[in-house]
Design a protein around this ligand. Structure first.
Ligand SMILES: Cc1cc2nc3c(=O)[nH]c(=O)nc-3n(C[C@H](O)[C@H](O)[C@H](O)COP(=O)(O)O)c2cc1C
Length: 462
């Protein structure tokens, strides 16, 4: 290490090795392993192959990894290999209309806890330093408000070139964290010096240290659900009638989001598939945002396999058959349009009855306004779920106290739906437990602790 410091020019000493050593010290000192959403931006360097190992190591530690590859990166390794390891779609194109509608460069950058550029090519570093945004990778980097960590890798002459060193100085002044480069033999014969991508364990330690420093990852991976994948659905779905109108329901997503947060707090890797909601994202979970029941089914299917699946979303039972592609005009004398409804796929039943890849524990929610337990028991039998969490969503349930009793149409507190409190009955094959009223966070925590215990019993431990 002394040799590395001595061999490097002053700026490289400041930006590279010292950061890197501090990062490792931080990571070793910390007993907390953060569970985070990492956006890995891969540049087109010979060291790109090391990112395959990096992705594996990050996922082993329960991090979610999304990848943006530059065109040049895709010359070195295929998006197919990367996608297989991340179990996520790999993003390469800026001008992909579907992406812009579904996810877009802004969301890609915002839905991450940290952006990691590895290998950071001379070209990418130059673009970052100068604020260029002419491909997806550089646009995401310019659009982000999250911490950015770069791991440069290039030929020593490129690294030591005054232009690269100027760019590094700019990036450090901009708050970018730099890890490496290491010193040693290059891929090219006879070339040696500073420019090697740091080794993967060091990179993992630096990423976690950066997350810890930014405080964006405070979810301990230790806990009864460490190493488990929990899938949660939440919120309503919107079923279009035409481009401006839709059928929806009053679900706020508060209970489902609280469950996702509770699962993450117990150490799980969590995928939250959420319909349109107006509440904050729970920390430390990966969120797939959807609109319709069909979108939700697709996102749930893509997120499998999971150890536990909890279906808290209020999925529309029906959608409009053949929704209009243009706004339906109100014409005097024509009366109201006739809407034909067709049934949506029952996502809970679909997953609970999967022949292969069924999660070990499938939990459904029953939102009922009367005969709560009887309906929940019937639902348990008909859907093939392991547990049904039944709650009373009637306006006069009394849950949440007087203030929560809604006046229909007023938009004010509406009991369980939209409120902050709940009281549930847990219906399983072995009986019914009625839990006292509590905040949605308390109900979520109790549910996830019970689910973790049940999972261990079912699996006979790990
Ligand atoms: C075989 C080969 C290896 C390369 N290795 C590197 C490298 O390690 N680091 C680097 O900065 N550029 C390297 N380059 C050059 C980059 O691929 C080139 O600058 C490209 O435009 C980078 O694009 P990107 O930054 O968008 O990924 C290499 C090029 C080739 C053909």
């Amino acid at each position: 290490m002394t040799r590395l410091l001595r061999d490097l020019p002053l700026p490289a000493r400041r930006y590279g090795i010292i950061h890197h050593r501090t990062a490792i010290r931080h990571a070793r000192r910390s007993s907390i392993i953060a569970v985070s959403r990492i956006l890995l931006i891969m540049g087109g360097g010979i060291a790109a192959y090391k990112c395959l190992d990096l992705i594996r190591r990050l996922r082993e530690r329960n991090h979610t990894v999304r990848v943006v590859m530059t065109k040049a990166a895709a010359e070195f390794i295929t998006p197919l290999s990367v996608g297989a390891l991340t179990n996520e779609r790999v993003f390469t194109e800026l001008f992909d209309l579907d992406d812009e509608r579904e996810i877009g460069h802004i969301r890609l950058s915002r839905e991450a806890d940290v952006l990691v550029v590895a290998p950071a090519t001379a070209d990418l570093l130059a673009k970052m330093a100068h604020g260029l945004a002419n491909d997806l990778a550089s646009t995401v980097l310019l659009a982000t408000d999250k911490p950015v960590l770069v791991a440069p890798a290039m030929n020593p002459k490129m690294w030591l070139h005054p232009a690269t060193q100027r760019n590094m100085a700019t990036l450090v002044a901009d708050g970018v964290t730099v890890i490496g480069p290491g010193v040693g033999e290059m891929a090219e014969r006879g070339e040696a010096g500073p420019g090697r991508l740091v080794e993967v364990p060091e990179l993992v330690a630096a990423i976690e240290a950066r997350l810890e420093a930014s405080g964006s990852a405070s979810i301990p991976a230790a806990g009864p659900l460490a190493g488990r994948h929990v899938l949660v659905t939440s919120g309503p779905t919107h079923e279009p009638i035409d481009p401006v109108r839709y059928i929806a329901n009053r679900s706020s997503g508060k209970q489902g989001h609280a469950i996702a947060a509770a699962a993450a707090s117990l150490g799980a890797r969590v995928t939250l598939v959420s319909g349109p909601v107006a509440i904050p994202d729970p920390p430390g979970v990966f969120i797939a945002r959807v609109e319709t029941a069909a979108d939700m089914l697709a996102a749930v299917t893509a997120a499998l396999p999971a150890d536990i699946a909890i279906f808290a979303a209020a999925v529309a039972d029906w959608r409009v058959d053949d929704a209009a592609t243009q706004k339906i005009k109100k014409t005097r004398g024509d009366g109201a349009p006739k809407l034909a409804l067709v049934e949506n796929t029952d996502i809970l039943r679909h997953v609970a009855t999967l022949k292969s890849g069924r999660p070990s524990l499938v939990i459904g929610f029953a939102a009922e306004t009367h005969d709560i337990v009887a309906h929940a028991k019937a639902k348990l039998a008909s859907k093939g779920a392991d547990w049904i969490v039944a709650n009373d969503v009637s306006h006069d349930s009394g849950i949440g106290g007087e203030g929560a009793r809604g006046v229909p149409g007023s938009g004010a507190g509406r009991g369980v739906m939209g409120g902050d409190r709940n009281a549930v009955h847990l219906v399983s094959g072995t009986g019914i437990e009625s839990w006292p009223e509590g905040s949605k966070a308390e109900i979520a925590q109790r549910l996830m602790v019970a689910a973790a215990a049940a999972l261990d019993t079912r699996a006979g431990g790990r």
